[in-house]
Design a protein around this ligand. Sequence first.
Ligand code: T4K
Length: 412
Amino acid sequence: MKTCLSDFAIAGGRPVFCEPLLVGRPGIPDRQAFLRRVSGILDSGHLTNGGPLVGEFEQRLQDYLGVRHAIAVCNGTAALQVMAMAAELSGEVIVPSMTFIATAHALQWMGLTPIFADIDEHTHTLNPVSVEQCVTSRTSAILAVHLWGNPCDARSLQMIADRHHLKLLFDASHAFGCRTANSRIGNFGHAEAFSFHATKVMHAFEGGAVVTNHAEIAERCRLMRNFGITGLCQIDSLGINAKMNELSAAAGLTSLENLPEVIRHNQRNLSEYRREFQDLPGLTITIPETEEDRNAQYVVARVAEGQFGLNRDQLLTVLRAEGVLARAYFVPGCHHAPPYAGNPKHTPVPLPVTDSLLHDVIQFPSGVSVDDSRIRRIGALLSSIRLHAEELREVAGSSTTSVPQTIRRGAA
Ligand code: T4K
């Protein structure tokens, strides 16, 4: 327990955690199982270009998600791009701004125009009313994001898409292993894209997949991830190199086997955080209490400055000095980042909920390297911080808008 200002690391005291706790520290899959697969790759000499492990990984993804087609690719950004190309998008695509910059950049890079709509205050996913306000004659699609693993309001979005003859696609990078009452994420809209980046709940070091129940989209994705090549001397369409290699498939298969255990661990962590935060006015977990439906990878809270005594950025500064490397995803927000900032065509409607969340939201470390006892120490630390908020505010600075580079990069 820290009892005076000088006990806090930001004021020269000892940090609570000498080994920092990270948001997104990769889980290391079962080493022996992974190495056996790697050894098989080396023996076979089949390293990439449609190898057997990629095929097996795709089959396992289909089985797990209950979806007809899974097309593995080299990363989540490539999944978004191959999906957008296969769905024949053009012109404007409606997306949220509160997402990893890849959601918008993937489209812009392809000559499409991301149009930012506002999000729902509770789920942090696209608000259908705001989406409908963004539809123009140039709109070809809605690309919604299941942020933090919270399922989008797919039913309302589908109704808008149907009404305006738009494609409905999802960036499901945060939502592997999440489900709604009726179905697993991966089964909505025309297609969904996953990231299997090392920081994700299920990972392939780097990797991604497009999943869909539409045979035509699946076929185009398969073609396009391999330059549009269909035979030894035959090219049937435009394409690119978005193939997953065998090493990534080996990691993905092993990680998928470990997934139920990782999700159970994350769910326990989230419940423990909830317990710690219930007596902490000014800090509220925003993930709805339906843990069994979620992968619980992200522990997301809102900081109410008036009640907690520090604003989000000040709290981040104090926590990070203590070795709790919390994050402020997704500051600055796509619409405040180049090349979208200052170009009104990307923001035809106001984004008050997005801007308010970008200001208040914080993510706490979780994953298998974080356990109950560490979360209790974080809880005790937060109580001390709140008690000493007034003095800490002076030391942590008064910035409410800028997030230091080290925080955005998550440097340990
Ligand atoms: N759409 C959405 C909604 C996404 O969230 C993402 C990716 C994408 C699309 C695109 O998918 P990819 O093309 O990336 O597959 C990370 C990831 O780079 C990114 O994949 C992810 N979203 C995003 C939310 O987070 P950072 O900036 O947080 O990563 P970084 O380097 O700060 O790492 C996080 C922590 O983990 C650090 O404290 C260091 C530690 N770390 C990280 C890596 C990679 C390790 O200890 N070992 C490692 O190998 O971006």
